[in-house]
Design a binder for this molecule. Structure first.
Ligand SMILES: Cc1cc2nc3c(=O)[nH]c(=O)nc-3n(C[C@H](O)[C@H](O)[C@H](O)COP(=O)(O)O)c2cc1C
Length: 324
């Protein structure tokens, strides 16, 4: 069976992100991969309703495995289920998304925020998704500007990887490509995309336990996930606290200097700096404990606010009337 790689883009039809996705897929095809291209503009993707039906069901199934998991309430209402089910069957994914307002475009985020109901670790545990190595991912942000106006773009894409247990092996920011096709004026960008596809192919052909980062080793500030965003840590729900924390993966440590580049870096605490690493399914399960504890606390005190809740639910204000 050849490796199957899907490219997902949320850019204009025929635009820069789609072209970069095609460059990567063409290269992967040359290597022998089976390829799929998904431009989210071609699909009906509804916004997550926020009902929490999926996580409530997951909690119920965890307590009683005989209960059935029905999945997302929007399952039969749009195209997300078909796309995500296909994504679960892929060995690799290349995600190329335009940067809007510093971060990934809303169309991509609307799609990715539907991943929660399809959490790979959970679906594996109930036998819906076959066990096997995590798929590998390469992330590309595409913007009209440089890093200063794409400062949340790659990190925003990285943040959508955890639920699907996708292992990011490379990331790249295509810069100063404003109009559709502009990427083709930059041979360095084209070549970089081909190299990125080679990295995906190399990762797929490496035993899963040996797979690691194949991008620029000095990319970013976090040596764990290569994000460029760290912040001074605050106490977590259970009192854990790091002086500095990676905004994407949750690695903790202190600020230091990369001896090779002289640039700032997060120096991860060698003892417990990765206990909250969101790349790790087991560490992420700890977050489930937090949610369960917080929710239990709400139910315990719910009766105290029932009157106020009723009052706010009944409260109405003028809104904007739109005539169609
Ligand atoms: C609503 C909107 C917001 C944008 N915001 C940014 C931005 O914050 N930073 C940036 O670098 N480019 C920004 N751009 C430019 C696009 O990222 C750029 O045109 C890109 O090439 C679009 O990719 P596409 O051709 O795949 O659609 C914005 C474009 C639009 C339409």
């Amino acid at each position: 069976m050849p490796y199957k790689v899907m490219a997902i883009t949320a850019g204009r039809k025929g635009g820069n992100s789609e072209i970069l996705a095609k460059i990567a897929l063409e290269r992967l095809q040359e290597h022998g991969a089976e390829t799929l291209l998904v431009n989210l503009f071609d699909y009906d993707i509804q916004a997550c309703t926020g009902c929490e039906g999926c996580t409530m069901q997951m909690g119920a199934v965890a307590k009683d495995p005989t209960k059935a998991y029905k999945g997302c309430v929007l399952k039969d209402k749009d195209d997300a289920d078909a796309l995500i089910t296909e994504l679960h069957s892929c060995d690799g994914v290349v995600i190329a998304v335009p940067t809007y307002d510093l971060g990934p475009s809303s169309l991509y985020l609307r799609f990715a925020q539907r991943f929660l109901a399809y959490e790979r670790a959970f679906l594996r545990s109930i036998g819906v998704v076959k066990p096997g190595p995590n798929p590998v991912a390469a992330l590309v942000s595409v913007g009209g500007s440089k890093h200063d106006w794409q400062s949340l773009a790659l990190e925003g894409l990285q943040a959508t990887m955890f639920t699907m247990s996708l292992q990011v092996v490379d990331r790249y920011m295509a810069q100063r490509v404003p109009r559709p096709g502009a990427v083709l004026l930059h041979q360095d960008i084209v070549e970089h995309m081909k190299g990125m596809a080679d990295h995906v192919w190399d990762a797929l052909n490496t035993p899963a336990e040996e797979r690691g980062w194949l991008g620029d080793p000095d990319d970013g500030v976090c040596p764990n996930c290569h994000s460029s965003l760290v912040y001074p840590g605050d106490p977590h729900w259970d009192g854990i606290e790091f002086p500095w924390e990676c905004a994407v993966c949750g690695a903790g440590g202190v600020l230091g200097t990369n001896p090779k580049t002289g640039r700032p870096t997060l120096v991860i605490d060698p003892e417990n700096g990765l206990i909250r690493d969101r790349n790790d399914d087991a560490a992420r399960a700890e977050h489930l404990n937090e949610i369960m504890q917080t929710t239990a606390g709400f139910f315990e005190h719910q009766h105290e606010i029932s009157e106020e809740l009723k009052r706010y639910r009944g409260m109405e204000f003028p809104t904007v009337e739109v005539t169609k």
